[in-house]
Design a protein around this ligand. Structure first.
Ligand SMILES: [Zn+2]
Length: 135
């Protein structure tokens, strides 16, 4: 085999190796683009939630409103009282998403609306008050 033939064979091997790398890299690129789209969608949702917060009304008419439906979907949903636990706590359930909220009464001063704003559930409460499975 001539030097030229040996060099050509080496070039063929290198080209095949590069081709194999290209398909693996293409697969990796597709996965990164899919993940990028997921992150962009989550970012859009996060920014939208912040905008929706500016328009959230805890009370419409005489009905308390579900903050979850409003922040997540921009829909106004009434809360129904489900139970009065202790003298100071009342449970409400959303008619749409079935999320439950445990709200405390009796903060001094302010309207009911202001009381609701002071009592937004924190993450720990969201963990405790998952929606009940129905059906
Ligand atoms: Zn809801």
């Amino acid at each position: 085999m001539s030097f030229a033939d040996q060099l050509y064979e080496t070039a063929v091997r290198l080209a095949k190796y590069a081709q194999n790398s290209a398909s693996a890299l293409e697969e990796e690129r597709l996965q990164i683009e899919m993940r990028k789209r997921e992150v962009e969608a989550q970012l859009d949702a996060a920014n939208l939630a912040h905008k929706r917060l500016a328009n959230f009304l805890p009370i419409r008419g005489s009905d308390f409103q579900c903050p979850r439906c409003w922040i997540d979907h921009g829909t106004a949903s009434n809360l129904q009282m489900t139970a009065k636990n202790k003298s100071s706590t009342e449970n409400f359930r959303c008619g749409m998403c079935h999320f439950e909220f445990s709200l405390r009464q009796g903060q001094v001063g302010g309207t009911d609306c202001q009381k609701m704003n002071q009592r937004l559930p924190n993450d720990r409460e969201f963990m405790r008050t998952r929606p009940k499975k129905t059906g």
